[in-house]
Design a binder for this molecule. Structure first.
Ligand code: APR
Ligand code: MG
Ligand code: MG
Length: 204
């Protein structure tokens, strides 16, 4: 089947396609781990109901709502607050890779239609990130069900080998891992050298 990037418009022109929208929320921080190690950036991911790490968001039906309104709705369910997302935050759309587990676990009649994955990135303040984390456990309808908890990505390497490397060794949903890696590079949250070192650790 086709794979690769689509523009937002091309994606919306696809007849019979299903759409899912997810977002990477992040901020800069002056905080230090153990009072020494600069944490530099906070990136929010979530531990999903299926035991995989992913970004908040979910299925959106463009016949009923815009992609961004649908993503905002998913965020209010999963994060417990209204976080407006607009077209300017849209980073990519691509066909989901065919996955045997997704077809076998779905009994829906539309399971044979192509799924297009939309990815957004939105920068928040550190205070807003804290508000999201608080709301995700206190007011989010999906807490403890679809979402088991929010996690911060360790965007640093520790001398003993901890940090981003071991984090990347976990299991991720869909292309969430490459969305994370691509975004960290594009936004200069890590250098290519730091990322190569983390990936070398993740593979070892
Ligand atoms: N990158 C790529 N694909 C992803 C990502 C991601 N970061 N996160 C999720 N997906 C895929 C999932 O595999 C799923 O097929 O996008 C689809 C929808 O995402 P979810 O967040 O799982 O959807 P949501 O609307 O929140 O619903 C949660 O409820 O109805 C059930 O089984 C259904 O998985 C769905 C669950
Ligand atoms: Mg959801
Ligand atoms: Mg979801």
């Amino acid at each position: 089947m086709a794979s690769g990037h689509l523009s937002r418009e091309e994606a919306l022109a696809c007849e019979g396609c299903r759409h899912a929208c997810h977002v990477m929320l992040y901020c800069d921080t002056d905080a230090r781990l153990f009072g020494r190690k600069p944490i530099k950036h906070v990136i929010l991911m979530q531990m999903r109901f299926d035991g995989l790490l992913g970004f908040p968001g979910g299925f959106v039906d463009p016949q009923e709502e815009t992609l961004e309104a649908g993503l905002t709705r998913e965020l209010s369910e999963e994060l417990g607050l209204a976080l407006p997302i607009s077209e300017e935050h849209h980073v990519e759309a691509r066909y989901a890779p065919a996955s045997p587990s997704s077809s076998s676990s779905s009994s829906s009649s539309s399971s044979s239609s192509s799924l297009i994955l939309h990815f957004y990135v939105k920068k928040l303040t550190e205070e807003q990130i804290r508000e999201v984390e608080l709301a995700a456990v206190s007011t989010a309808a999906d807490h403890g069900h679809e979402v088991l908890g929010m996690v911060r990505v360790p965007v640093y390497a520790l001398k003993a080998g901890g940090g981003l490397g071991p984090f990347l060794s976990h299991a991720f949903i869909g292309n969430a891992r490459s969305q994370l890696l691509d975004s960290m590079l594009r936004l200069n949250l890590v250098t290519p050298h730091e990322l190569h070192r983390a990936l070398a650790h993740a593979l070892s």
